[in-house]
Design a protein around this ligand. Structure first.
Ligand code: MLT
Length: 335
């Protein structure tokens, strides 16, 4: 018995020692590790193809965040399922600040309304870092599409619905959501052709394989300005200063086509607060930099005023946008 007790006590002592030692070892590992974050490159998952608005926004701000934090932000494009594949991977990554997601209104607000088995809850499984940009969408058609304004577009689309091809970046993407609002307001059901992002949609439209798409201004701006595709409508109350001749959906009597997606940076839930604070600070500094503001303005975005920056404001935006979009998307999908 004594032998048994001694053995048990010895084991307990050893276990206690090991546990205590483990805690000490963990503490000595985590505290400096947190303090010296980041000590290696940070991966930013862009859940769409390279060259599209999400990618451009992430690379632009990531470069400046990396500079502030003394590391490199490496973009990894993980397209598929309207951006939910990459967003899911990001939500399930280790919460250590080394894997982030550059998401948007589609992946982090509209997706729950459109995917019953999404696999991540944008309000619970991710930690918002901050809003990066906001942009109104544009209805853009191929160069030789037989319509030059919304009225002609509606007439042509209704008469030729069965042969109309709409390109989008997958169910729940912002190009899908924007055109869903447009189609349901007009009352058309075109063939919806999915791609992994709107950069490949634009290529298909330049090749004449796609008739139209709805994408934030920066997606098609260069090709619109070069005259290779035609912009018919801005889905907002206000015209874009970069495309002053393109009327708004409100001016053209179609206020239901109103879509200005937000773009934000997210970390997995459970990421230490000190790391979120560092990332939010770096994002904020990036947004304050003159070259960043200039570039966003050139791309058709508006600068994000200080009150709308940071984790709390983005968490509120995700929540309010999800609540706003749910009935709209449900109604539009059922039409
Ligand atoms: C892109 O970045 O490729 C698109 O804007 C994605 C989308 O349509 O949501």
């Amino acid at each position: 018995m004594i032998g048994m007790r001694t053995l048990r006590e010895g084991m307990m002592q050893r276990t206690g020692f090991l546990a205590a030692g483990g805690i000490v070892a963990l503490a000595s590992l985590t505290t400096p590790a947190l303090a010296q974050y980041p000590s290696k490159p940070v991966t930013v998952i862009v859940p769409f193809a390279a060259g599209g608005p999400t990618d451009v926004v992430a690379r632009l701000i990531g470069e400046h965040m990396g500079r502030t934090l003394g590391t490199t932000f490496v973009v990894e494009n993980v397209g598929g399922a309207g951006g939910t594949t990459g967003s899911l991977r990001g939500a399930r990554a280790a919460p250590d600040g080394y894997t982030l997601v550059s998401g948007h209104m589609g992946t982090h607000a509209a997706a729950p309304a459109l995917y019953p088995n999404l696999g991540y809850d944008p309000e619970k499984d991710v930690e918002p870092i901050g809003l990066i940009a906001e942009q109104p969408e544009l209805l853009t058609v191929r160069k030789d599409f037989p319509a030059n304004n919304l009225k002609e577009f509606v007439a042509y689309a209704k008469a030729n619905e069965s042969k109309l091809n709409m390109g989008h970046a997958g169910v729940g993407s912002v190009s899908y959501v924007g055109c869903l609002l447009l189609n349901s307001a007009i009352g058309i059901k075109p063939t919806m052709v999915p791609f992994t992002g709107t950069a490949p949609v634009l290529n298909a439209m330049l090749a004449g394989q796609i008739d139209y798409e709805c994408d934030p201004v920066l997606g098609t701006l260069g090709q619109v300005q070069a005259g290779n595709v035609k912009a018919l409508v801005v889905a907002a109350k206000k015209r874009s200063p970069l495309l002053p001749d393109v009327p708004t959906s409100y001016e053209q009597g179609l206020p239901e086509f109103d879509c200005a997606p937000f773009y934000g940076m997210f970390a997995p839930a459970g990421t230490p607060q000190s790391i979120i604070d560092k990332l939010a600070d770096a994002l904020n500094k990036g947004l304050n930099e003159e070259p960043v503001q200039k570039r966003f303005a050139e791309l058709g975005g508006e600068s994000i005023e200080p009150a709308r920056r940071g984790p709390k404001a983005l968490a509120e935006l995700v929540k309010s946008e999800a609540a706003r979009l749910l009935p709209i998307l449900k109604a539009a999908s059922e039409k």
